[in-house]
Write a protein that binds this ligand. Structure first.
Ligand code: GLC
Ligand code: CA
Length: 553
């Protein structure tokens, strides 16, 4: 990012970009994206303005859960390239000032992993105790099943072992036994291995589930937090400046606990916020967003929320009430194929019926609510999805580069692609791709690029500033001030699909001038009376507030 001494809080000013190696660019025409391909496309990411890539799991795996089922933690899936290709990629990314973090799957392995294979065949092997076995499937009965559509229990009978094994996800993903010190040590070795190779941190997968205790939900246990703190201490001691980002899909107070006392995770996904943004939009009422932001603040000073609109999974509705979930399904997932487990498997643009104003407004929120924005590859193009592909594959289709064969993703025969490209007429890759959108000055891609640039210019306020919600009577309008010292950004959103008006009372800014931040256009001065706005459908504004004695510009 900047020359000179490295900034240990770099992540707070960064924009993250989630990308799957498999989906980005195929360099050797086998239909599967790879590290040399990703390396070739780094310039695109630099131009987009993102600062940190989050790579989905790229380790050896039978890919029954798209790589979250790891068979070998110390090697790369050969389809994606070699360790050398990975090192070249890292070097090229770092050379361009990009940081790179990767998924660290601590909770479970693939049933193909040699550790599990050894454990199941030989009860005397030291590996046996690396997993959680039981003679009955009734232990830990207070624990919910996460993959509801496919799993009936967290226990699966293993005929070879003659016992049940414990798993929080698919039945082919046995959980590791964190009560065993050898498991804890091994996971630390995995962390050391990849940070030595040069990663800048990890997105730590499924962290609430590491330990099990009878009579509990087996989530967020004190033992789990204690081990995660050991990982953090290791990272701080041996690899200072590296970041740990928690995937803990939990209620607000439980997620906040993952920051610890600045001694656990530096970052955590703001899972509670995400569905409530979509809810506020269709309810045309800001309440859900205001309430949840207030519940998710404050957090320790060096920590940051990771904010996202969509990711590689279903839009999860685990942490909302039943009534809210019904509302969300009704608004966003009328077709049964759009649903998966407790969530909605659609990409951003299709979710909002490809409405440009809504897409812009959602990005306005993503880039100005407190936290670090995390983009999901392809959403900057308004990429479509394919709800007829199984599991979550419909939101993991190839990146669309050009109107050429296979959207320019691969020169392979089309039948070879790991997933088909999007050909739905409303989202066809021939129009929705990087080349076409770069040519069109008004495209979503060009707009997102510009917004990222503006966000970087407003970095100190948006990265570190406080938030204060403004309480205006019209609840269709969400308005807040982001402030840092004497710098203020006023953000105003019309959540509704109809034009609306809002009066915002800003007595302390009497005599100040709102300057629209995307265009630099000055608006009339704020006076003694409430400031009056009219907003078109789903319109949003960011205003820099210019003090009476500040020079214009
Ligand atoms: C996380 C990942 C998801 C995966 C699951 C099991 O929730 O985001 O893709 O299926 O963990 O590893
Ligand atoms: Ca390839």
């Amino acid at each position: 990012m900047s020359a000179g001494a490295p900034d240990p809080l770099w992540y707070r000013k960064a924009i993250f970009y989630e990308v799957s190696v498999k989906s980005f660019f195929d360099s050797n025409a086998d239909g599967i994206g790879d590290f040399p391909g990703l390396t070739q496309k780094l310039e695109y990411l630099v131009d987009l303005g993102v600062n940190c890539l989050w790579l989905l799991p790229f380790y050896r795996s039978p890919l029954k859960d798209d790589g979250y089922d790891i068979a070998d933690y110390y090697n790369i899936n050969p389809d994606y390239g070699t360790l050398e290709d990975f090192q070249t990629f890292l070097h090229e990314a770092h050379r361009r000032g990009l940081k790179v973090i990767a998924d660290l799957v601590m909770n479970h392995v693939s049933d193909q992993c040699p550790w599990f294979q050894e454990a199941r065949v030989n009860p005397k092997s030291p590996k046996r105790d690396w997993f959680v076995w039981s003679d009955t499937d009734r232990k830990y009965s207070g624990t919910r099943v996460i993959f509801l559509d496919t799993e009936r229990s967290n226990w699966t009978w293993d005929p070879v072992a003659g016992q049940y094994f414990w798993h929080r996800f698919y039945g082919h993903q046995p959980d590791l036994n964190y009560d065993n010190p050898a498991v804890r040590e091994e996971m630390k070795n995995v962390v050391r291995f990849w940070l030595k190779v040069g990663l800048d941190g990890f997105r730590c997968d499924a962290v609430p589930y590491l330990f099990e205790r009878e009579g509990t939900s087996c989530e967020n246990l004190p033992e789990t937090h204690a081990f995660l703190k050991e990982i953090r201490a290791l990272v701080d001691r041996e690899f200072p400046g590296c970041v740990l980002l928690a995937e803990a899909n939990q209620w607000p107070s439980d997620v906040k606990a993952y920051f610890g006392q600045e001694d656990e995770f530096q970052m955590a996904f703001n899972f509670p916020l995400m569905p409530r943004i979509f809810m506020a939009l269709r309810k045309e009422d800001r309440t859900a967003v205001v309430d949840i932001i207030q519940q998710t603040l404050p957090i320790p000073k060096s920590c940051a929320w990771g904010i996202f609109l969509r990711n590689h999974d279903e839009l999860t509705l685990e942490m909302v009430t039943d009534e809210e979930r019904d509302f969300m399904y009704h608004e966003y997932a009328r077709h049964p194929k759009m649903r998966l487990n407790l969530g909605i498997r659609r990409r951003l643009a299709p979710l909002v019926d490809d409405d440009r104003a809504t897409l812009e407004m959602l990005h306005g929120l993503l880039f100005s609510l407190p936290g670090v924005p995390i983009l999901y590859y392809g959403d900057e193009l308004g990429m479509g999805d394919n709800i007829y592909l199984g599991d979550r594959n419909g939101v993991r289709t190839p990146m669309q580069w050009s109107p050429d064969r296979n959207a320019g993703f691969s020169r392979a025969d089309t039948e070879l692609l790991y997933n088909p490209v999007i050909v739905n007429p409303n989202f066809h890759y021939e129009a929705r791709n990087v080349e076409a959108e770069m040519r069109l000055p008004t495209s979503l891609l060009r707009w997102v690029r510009y917004l990222i640039q503006v966000r970087h210019e407003l970095d100190p306020i948006l990265g570190e500033g406080e938030i204060r919600f403004l309480d205006l009577p019209n609840r269709k309008v969400l308005a807040y001030l982001r402030s840092r010292g004497s710098e203020h950004l006023l953000c105003v959103y019309n959540l509704s699909k109809s034009p609306t008006a809002a009066e915002i009372s800003l007595p302390e800014f009497n005599g100040w001038t709102p300057v629209e931040a995307l265009s630099g256009t000055p608006f009339p001065k704020i006076g003694e009376l409430p400031y009056f706005f009219t907003l078109g459908p789903h319109a949003f504004f960011w205003f820099r507030l210019q003090g009476p004695h500040e020079p214009a510009g």
